[in-house]
Design a protein around this ligand. Structure first.
Ligand SMILES: O=c1ccn([C@H]2C[C@H](O)[C@@H](CO)O2)c(=O)[nH]1
Ligand SMILES: [Zn+2]
Length: 133
């Protein structure tokens, strides 16, 4: 069984692969899947800044593109004063690609930790049901 502490360690190791020549702000994410698989993600920046992909979305897109969709938990880490808050784009993507009760473990290099669920990350999120007539 993978503990929060282990998932955080995986996120810290993912952070080492960040490609951040512009912000110099590496972020790491680790996903725990129902079958025990762990996917890593780091932020990948681009000279066209808006094309940057955050660590959380990198990890989720890796899992989905391997055909593994059963997300149980996600840990995110950066060198922030408070546990790193995912951006709005990642919250929206997490709401669509993770079950609402998916555990979200936000942390930083000082090991401050905040835990919540994906549903709590983005109350009132726009979803596919909103497009039903
Ligand atoms: O939760 C977060 C917050 C920011 N970033 C990235 C995007 C960009 O590369 C850098 C600065 O915003 O950090 C993430 O990957 N995840
Ligand atoms: Zn983001």
């Amino acid at each position: 069984m993978t503990t929060d502490r282990q998932l955080i360690a995986e996120a810290k190791s993912a952070r080492e692969q960040a490609y951040v020549p512009y912000s110099k702000f590496p972020v790491g994410a680790a996903l725990l899947m129902a079958d025990g698989t762990i996917y890593h993600g780091a932020n990948i920046e681009n000279a066209s800044f808006g094309l940057t992909n955050c660590a959380e979305r990198t990890a989720l897109f890796k899992a989905y593109s391997e055909g593994n969709r059963d997300v149980k938990a996600i840990a995110v880490v950066a060198d922030t004063n408070r546990p790193v808050p995912p951006c709005g784009a990642c919250r929206q993507v997490m709401v669509e690609l993770c079950p609402p009760d998916t555990k979200v473990v936000l942390t930083n290099l000082k090991d401050d930790i905040v835990e919540m669920t994906v549903a709590e990350l983005l109350p009132g999120a726009f979803t596919a049901e909103d497009m039903d007539e």
